[in-house]
Design a protein around this ligand. Structure first.
Ligand SMILES: [Zn+2]
Ligand SMILES: [Zn+2]
Length: 260
């Protein structure tokens, strides 16, 4: 599999994944035009996209999906619970292209395990499997638990939310208290601290590449999140760049990872 994050964060989320026989998107949170432009950077035409997998209905994950699917006749996969919340906003997606799943399923040569995660609307992470390789995407969740962590364990590569620094969130003056409580609540987003706990577990299961994702523009910085992870890993004798590699996703296209 090959994978690249093309945009991450509250301005829009878009990830491109390619297997031997499929080219898919995870979320489509940029405008249709912008999605086409970013696929162009990879020399991928929009007609080549075989499917879009949605995590949840928030606009930063779905902004362009309706127009993209309508224009290029692309199947869109989402859990029934996600369709329930998203249905009204998706009138260009034909009934034939509305695909649903309940548990693990296959698409082309990919095996896919959806993982329900706690957010303020129905939300799913995904693990993708091909040829003994496993890639997981886990963003927009208020907390982790054993069920979630077990689902993504043993992934070679994980896109893992590190949304906010607790102090920046609480001391910031832009957000009202109610929003701060929602973000930091059990159905909001993962803090750097929560993300670290998941990261430490993942490394113990063999994960060797983590991309910190969905960072808040207001309440986190790439350096802060990266340094937090490195410092805490080092306290456990785990060295970034030696035992595990950590990147930080942004609103710009990131690194193209190839797992063979
Ligand atoms: Zn989001
Ligand atoms: Zn969300």
């Amino acid at each position: 599999m090959r994978i690249i994050n093309l945009s991450s964060g509250s301005d829009g989320n878009l990830t491109y994944l390619e297997s031997d026989h499929a080219k898919v998107l995870i979320d489509a949170g940029l405008s249709c035009n912008e999605i086409v432009k970013r696929l162009g950077l990879l020399s991928v035409r929009p007609e080549e996209i075989n499917a879009i997998f949605l995590t949840h209905e928030h606009t930063d994950h779905t902004k362009g999906v309706d127009i993209f699917s309508g224009k290029y006749n692309t199947p869109v996969f989402a859990h029934e619970k996600v369709w329930t919340t998203f249905d009204q906003k998706a009138n260009r997606i034909s009934s034939l292209n509305r695909k649903t799943f309940d548990k693990a399923f296959s698409f082309s040569d990919l095996d896919i395990l959806p993982v329900e995660i706690p957010h303020d609307v129905p939300c799913f992470g995904y693990s993708f499997f091909q040829n003994d390789k496993k890639i997981s995407i886990l963003t927009d969740l208020g907390h982790t638990n054993d069920r979630i962590l077990n689902s993504i364990a043993n992934s070679q590569l994980v896109y893992l939310e590190a949304n906010y620094d607790k102090e920046m969130l609480m001391k910031g003056t832009k957000y009202p208290l109610s929003l701060k409580m929602r973000i930091s609540g059990p159905n909001g987003h993962l803090s750097n601290e929560d993300s670290y706990n998941a990261l430490e577990y993942l490394v113990s299961t063999g994960t060797r590449q983590v991309v910190l994702s969905h960072l808040s523009k207001e309440n986190n910085t790439p350096d802060l999140a990266y340094d937090y992870m490195c410092e805490h890993l080092l306290m456990q004798g785990i060295e970034e760049g030696v035992d595990v590699k950590i990147d930080v996703a942004s609103t710009r296209p990131g690194v193209f990872f190839r797992l063979k």
